[in-house]
Design a protein around this ligand. Sequence first.
Ligand code: 0RA
Length: 481
Amino acid sequence: MTPRHRLESGGDETLGRCDRVAYGADDIQVLKGLEPVRERPGMYIGSTGLSGLHHLVYEVVDNSVDEALAGHCTRIEVTLLADGGCRVYDNGRGIPVEPHRDYPDQSAAEVVLTVLHAGGKFGGEGYKISGGLHGVGVSVVNALSRRLDLEIHRDGGVWEMSFADGGRPQGSLQRTGDSDRSGTTVTFWPDPTIMEETEFRAQTLLERLREMAFLNRGLEIVLRDERPGHETEQVFCYAGGIVDFVTHLNAAKEPLFRTVISFSDAGGGNEVEVAMQWNNGYNEGLHSFANNIATTEGGMHEEGFKKALTSAMNRFVRAKGHIKEKDDNLLGEDIREGLTAILSVKLRNPQFEGQTKTKLGNTVMRSLVEKVTNEKLGDWLEEHPTEAKLIVLKAVQASRARAAARQARDLTRRKSLLESAAMPGKLADCASRDPEEAELFIVEGDSAGGSAKRGAIRVSRRSCPSAGRSSTSSEPASTRC
Ligand code: 0RA
């Protein structure tokens, strides 16, 4: 502990669950800043359970991926340490080390690690995950760690700093050597006095990190587990990006044809990327993302995609005469049957809405995705008639199956209508549900119908043992059940 921070036994209410420490004016500011995170961790990371624990890792990784999105980082390594810590390394630009403009006594790095949302105040341009959905910043990880070590390579030097007990700086950022590369390493140990779970689950991290690698073509992400008995290392790097993602999702399925259709476009500072492939199954698998965040509630980009997919396909089937002029259009759901698709958009100020804040609200993405999909998918269909025909056939089959299912449903409904009190005037239902006991009578005229009904209804099998198919009764047929 440096002279700046000495332990004090007095009660400082503002420190929440931290150990009590006396600080200079700057430090008190910092602790006040991070205090709400320790008081209400759920507000920042969702929970203090496993999901929240993993959130801490994602929070750091998101910052590294932002460096990759900005074109400055090609490799991220996540290491689960034998002692329970987690190290996230990236070869990005490194967190700035010079004094911070608003806090001249502190390095920018210290501010990023101790002030909520401070990360977003730098280099505001570009797409960002951090600052997006979870975007609480790496300072939240610091607040919820019993210790955090920072190592930055930047401006020709190596810079180091440590924090303890929920973000208390253990001295200022120090230059500890020379370096000819750039990058950031954050190593943190979750605080067991706050986090109910402190043991990372590698499989959960692996899935998210692999998804990140798919969504950021060429970005290399390593997950290394150094915990005794778990030692593994996996490297994710996909030259094909979301095309590889679709291949991965369809791996256990039978594709309709081998090609993964893909197209992309950028305009007005926004990017759209689509990869899609049909399989011979019946499920719809549309996975959409905005700035690398899964938009499970959909949103504007999904709306635009679905609308354009449906209209491009219908334009194509009509132009090629695959369906007749009088036939109804293919429905979106028929076209999307057996489709695995990834829709990934990147935009500057994503608005996340909905119950779980996983619905993209930016209307500009609806028109952009719709336009791109209409144009590029339309071209693709024209250029790939053999594959296009297979898609059309599948959609037409889906449409027929849906029509048959509706007919069956309608029949059942009509049947139950017949059974209800409101029978159409000239029809009388069977008195028995047993087909063995049922016969169909067609009579001419109302009076014949009347007497048939009276006979049939009055003489049930129970009251008339001779009734039924095997009856040898000489009674007129209309009086039998
Ligand atoms: C603030 C500003 C800049 C980069 C970062 C923070 C940054 C944060 C993290 C967290 C983990 N890895 C990171 N890498 C970078 C922009 C730096 C510049 O403009 O040079």
